[in-house]
Design a protein around this ligand. Structure first.
Ligand SMILES: Nc1nc2c(ncn2[C@@H]2O[C@H](COP(=O)(O)OP(=O)(O)OP(=O)(O)O)[C@@H](O)[C@H]2O)c(=O)[nH]1
Ligand SMILES: [Mg+2]
Length: 258
């Protein structure tokens, strides 16, 4: 048998030069629990040893991106904002196009050198989670000011996000929350998936968070990090209505809630 003639101009790629993609870490949770603060903390702690980027999601503004840029923890250009329009959870779960494009643009702008892109969801209700198609790993953030019972209420993010952060533990005494109890309740609700009680004033808690992030990065680099879907949010309806106009005649033909 003669050797097959190689196709002119065709060389088989050995793939060793293929750019490796940054790990995408999603941060979600209710309004005001400290998502932007947690991202600022990670940037402050990690930016001297990791190439980082950030994508924020806000409904109508770029408030989170502006907060993070003004915190001075990362070059302003490494922080990009996605304005999601009506429903913050939609852009991280149902139609992830705007977020995926923002991440890819960041990676291209930095010559595929980024090692981790942090994605902040718009502050939403208790049940919003990221699509595993958008992020490799996700953190759900609660705070003690939301009350000690919140962790027991469950929902996909609380129960099955890769990490649950119970934030602002320093506020426990002021809001009458027994922090160790809240962390224990959360751990039970999560079937012993990891929970970290965090405060920016508690160095040990920050170190535990960094250890967890480093662990996920090591898995990502080894190719063993498999995105897990915490599950869809609960069925819900919104207070607003949409009027859809279809081609024929231009008259509104349907009003629906979704
Ligand atoms: N006491 C205390 N306050 C904190 C801590 N972390 C964040 N905060 C405060 O919590 C408030 C909300 O923090 P953000 O980081 O803006 O919360 P967020 O979840 O990004 O808010 P949205 O994006 O609006 O949903 C701010 O006033 C922070 O300063 C903490 O560890 N302890
Ligand atoms: Mg925020």
């Amino acid at each position: 048998m003669p050797e097959p003639t190689p196709t002119p101009g065709f060389t088989l790629s050995t793939a060793t030069s293929a750019p490796s993609r940054a790990m995408r870490l999603g941060v979600c949770g209710p309004v005001g629990t400290g998502k932007s603060s947690l991202i600022a903390l990670l940037c402050r702690e990690l930016s001297d040893r990791l190439e980082l980027g950030v994508v924020t999601n806000d409904i109508y503004t770029d408030e989170d991106a502006r907060f993070l840029r003004s915190a001075g923890v990362l070059d302003a250009d490494r922080i990009r904002a996605v304005e999601t329009g009506a429903c913050p959870h939609t852009a991280i779960r149902d139609d992830i196009t705007a977020n995926a494009m923002a991440i890819e643009e960041l990676e291209e702008d930095y010559d595929h050198r980024l090692e981790m892109v942090l994605v902040e969801s718009g502050g939403d209700n208790l049940t919003a989670t990221f699509s595993p198609a958008l992020v490799d790993v996700q953190v759900f953030v609660l705070d003690v000011a939301g009350g000690g019972d919140v962790a027991r209420k469950g929902g996909p993010g609380i129960e099955r996000a890769d990490l649950l952060v119970v934030n602002k533990t320093d506020l426990g005494p002021f809001v009458g929350v027994d922090v160790p109890r809240m962390v224990a309740d959360a751990t039970a609700a999560r079937d012993h998936r990891p929970v970290i009680g965090l405060s920016r004033t508690d160095r040990d808690s920050i170190d535990r968070l960094l250890t967890w992030v480093d662990g996920r990065l090591a898995e990502h680099r080894a190719g063993s990090l498999v995105p897990v879907d915490p599950g869809p949010m609960a069925a819900h309806s919104h207070a607003h209505e949409h009027t859809h106009t279809h081609d024929q005649g231009g008259e509104p033909v349907g009003v629906h809630h979704h």
